[in-house]
Design a protein around this ligand. Structure first.
Ligand code: PLP
Length: 446
């Protein structure tokens, strides 16, 4: 099995060779590097289509890791941004009132939000929420879930080493830093538990209960093939936090305004004390936020007793106008219903292809961002935590993904990254998808 692309890409090769002279790994962000033969350079984007530097067109299910919810270059959003920056300007470091209007919209969709602040990335939103939780509770410990991802700041860079972990062993994978340059001290207050393990949850609260400031969780793990928490687990999480005076932070950076208008919390009807948002909130414009209970958010204040929050680019006009326009469309139209119907239809097609080739498979997560897990037993339920994911045939998935990319379907060749659906996918030719997926899978298993 090979994962190397077979399509010659002279423009890409030239761009990458030049980029190597200017950037580490030849890319502006390490995750864009897919190897010398696979790294993608983009010429243009429209709807659900990505055209690369060599003119090959792709139907894109990666969608920039999830922000594109309506489609690339959606005129409803782009025109709102152009109007804002030509009539007002990009930023002044003062407020315009549009910030409060965006928050009113968020509050109309997400009942758990009473007050909110903005940020420039998901990482920054999580950092703000965690600091606010620590400030409010006066405690330091933060609990995260194996397989979740909460951005690239030091404390969140401690991850279970599933590569070095043997599924036969009973003990948890060792926690290691994700790369060097991360001080050991940054993990001092971090604890990790496995998703959907009620014993591990009560154990962590028994051991550390009154020191825990917050649990941070992606209930539908957008960074682990959309493996989802059970309803029972989310209820237990809420109950344990309440019993011990800890806060529940639900990281909706990927799920927010995507899996439902009110995000994962609308699906579970379990509400967080603090929620983080980004991605789908701005249809590709860089906007993020965190918010929640007013009493908790009001810990943000000047002075020695206040939580500090701010930043030069926070709530700039590009971010706010994009968020206002995107959230208005999501609120007032059937875009999300369309996205879910399209995602369900795509899964039916793919499922048929996998079954035709005798590949056991499971889909995880909602239709707007679903994960595909190969080679679980036919009678096995959808994987329910990171350790289960480790036992899926992710190598076959990666080979299949590379063959799809060769044939014009863009996706992340790692089964931990879900397939993202946007409104523009509604025009997708499902017969074409079936044909391409069938050919790609035949080659991957040959
Ligand atoms: N939280 C979650 C759940 C994410 O998926 C991500 C990024 O993918 C982040 C936080 C970090 O967001 P950003 O890349 O915008 O910093």
């Amino acid at each position: 099995m090979t994962t190397q692309s077979s399509t010659p890409k002279p423009q890409r090769d030239a761009l990458l060779a030049n980029a190597h002279r200017h950037m580490p790994m030849g890319v502006a962000d390490s995750y864009r590097y897919w190897g010398e033969d696979n790294t993608v350079f983009v010429e243009s984007l429209k709807g659900c289509t990505l055209t690369d530097a060599d003119g090959q067109e792709f139907v894109d299910f990666r969608l920039a890791y999830g922000p594109i919810i309506l489609g690339y270059r959606d005129p409803r959003i782009d025109q709102a941004v152009i109007k804002a920056i030509t009539e007002v300007g990009t930023m002044s470091g003062f407020s315009t009132g549009l910030d409060a209007k965006v928050i009113e919209l968020v509050k109309s969709l997400c009942p758990q939000i009473e007050k909110m602040r903005f940020a420039n990335s998901g990482t920054e939103a999580v950092l703000g929420a965690v600091r606010t939780a620590r400030g409010f509770t006066g405690r330091n410990k933060i609990v995260v879930v194996e397989g979740g991802f909460h951005g690239l700041y030091d404390e969140m860079m401690w991850k279970p080493d599933v590569d070095g972990w043997n599924p036969e062993q009973q003990s948890a994978p060792e926690i290691k830093s994700f790369g060097i340059g991360i001080p050991e001290a940054s993990r001092e207050h971090l604890e990790t538990i496995s998703l959907n393990d009620l014993d591990a949850l009560s154990d962590v609260f028994q051991r550390l209960g009154d020191d825990i400031a917050a649990i941070v969780i992606e209930p539908i793990m957008g960074n682990c093939g959309s493996i989802a928490a059970s309803q029972e687990y989310m209820q237990a999480l809420r109950d344990q936090c309440d019993q011990h005076g800890a806060l529940l932070i639900i990281d909706e950076v990927k799920t927010g305004f995507r899996v439902a208008k009110g995000g994962a919390q609308e699906l579970y009807r379990i509400y967080a004390d603090l929620t983080t948002f980004a991605k789908a909130m701005g249809n590709g414009y860089p906007v993020a936020a965190f918010g929640g209970r007013a009493a908790v958010m009001d810990t943000i204040h000047f002075g020695a007793k206040g939580v500090t929050h701010g930043g030069t680019y926070t709530a700039n006009m590009i971010a706010l106008s994009a968020a206002y326009a995107t959230l208005s469309v999501l609120k007032d139209t059937d875009a999300l219903a369309t996205i879910h119907q399209t995602g369900a239809a795509i899964q039916r097609v793919l499922s048929q292809v996998f079954s035709n080739h005798g590949i056991e498979h499971k889909f995880a997560g909602p239709d707007s961002m679903f994960g595909i897990h190969f080679n679980t037993r036919a009678d096995q339920p959808v994987p329910h935590n990171y350790r289960d994911w480790k036992q899926t045939n992710s190598e076959l998935y990666t080979t299949f993904a590379h063959r799809l990319i060769d044939k014009g379907i863009m996706l992340e060749p790692d089964s931990r990254e879900p397939w993202f659906i946007c409104e523009a996918h509604q025009s997708l030719d499902l017969d074409w998808l079936q044909r391409v997926a069938d050919e790609a899978l035949a080659e991957a298993i040959a």
